[in-house]
Ligand binder design. Structure first.
Ligand code: KIV
Ligand code: NA
Length: 262
């Protein structure tokens, strides 16, 4: 049972879908390892899912580090990705300082939200040995710019901009790309336009991988997003739920049409 690395995920591209879960603590991280989840993300969604804020904006570096260390203690096998929270990567230098802390807490890669404006940051981090997962579409740190949690890239101008952003980030050295809440057709176009694995959440079935938040998988979210699914309901225990999620992604049966945006 080898450790999953970025090379593992690049080799899977085009061969087999891989699976990521956003989770925040050691026992869930251990469960994900046991269930063959290739990548775990310590998302800044923890501000909403475990800390009770109504957005991710209040999340601090200290909170991220605390949870990244816990996940890293619980999981010795999956690729571990840590989010940089709101306004901790506004300049490349600031990104370098904060990404260093996330890596030293136990992450193998950092994730940041944004398009063209991040090209220099992605290059700076990657050149210095910090792999970057980019994140486009509904980037929750920009919720107030979007005027709410809404699907992105619906009009053709915005869609074309997102494709150009994806290509620019990949060219700058991004190793993975998360696409959140975009029309399924756009998820497919972007996946075909870049040469790095794409990981969708509400981005249709054609991305190279899927990510869900553990709270949604386990039915802990009062008003779950359309793209998510409570896998605990049909399985009865947490390991069963994670395995069903993994198996359904691998088989191409999750997401189903009701989890996608047209
Ligand atoms: O914070 C998070 O959990 C995320 C995923 C939903 C991609 O960024
Ligand atoms: Na996030």
């Amino acid at each position: 049972d080898k450790k999953v690395t970025i090379n593992t995920l690049h080799k899977l591209r085009g061969q087999e879908k891989f699976v990521m879960v956003s989770l925040y603590d050691a026992p869930m991280a251990a469960m994900a390892q046991q269930c063959g989840i290739e990548a775990v993300l310590i998302g800044d969604s923890l501000g909403m899912t475990v800390l009770g804020y109504d957005s991710v904006i209040p999340v601090t570096m200290e909170q991220m580090i605390y949870h990244i260390e816990a996940v890293a203690r619980g999981n010795q096998k999956s690729l571990i990705i840590g989010d940089l929270p709101f306004m901790t990567y506004a300049t490349p230098e600031q990104a370098l300082t904060n990404a260093t802390r996330v890596m030293q807490a136990g992450a193998h890669m950092i994730k940041i939200e944004g398009g063209h404006w991040l090209v220099d940051t992605v290059k700076m981090l990657t050149d210095r040995g910090i792999p970057v997962c980019a994140h486009l579409g509904l980037t929750p740190q920009s919720v107030h710019k979007f005027g709410g949690f809404r699907v992105q890239g619906r009009d053709s101008e915005k869609a074309e901009q997102m494709v150009a952003d994806a290509k620019a980030l990949a060219a700058a050295g991004a190793a993975l790309l998360v696409l959140e809440c975009v029309p399924a057709a756009l998820g497919k176009i972007i996946t075909e336009a870049v040469d790095i694995p794409t990981i969708g959440i509400g981005a249709g079935t054609d991305t190279d991988a899927q990510v869900l938040v553990i709270n949604d998988i386990l039915g802990l979210t009062p008003q779950p997003p359309k793209f998510s699914k409570n896998f605990l309901l049909e399985t009865g225990d947490i390991a069963g739920a994670l395995k069903k999620y993994r198996d359904d992604v691998k088989a191409g049966t999750f997401p189903a049409p009701e989890h996608m945006f047209g």
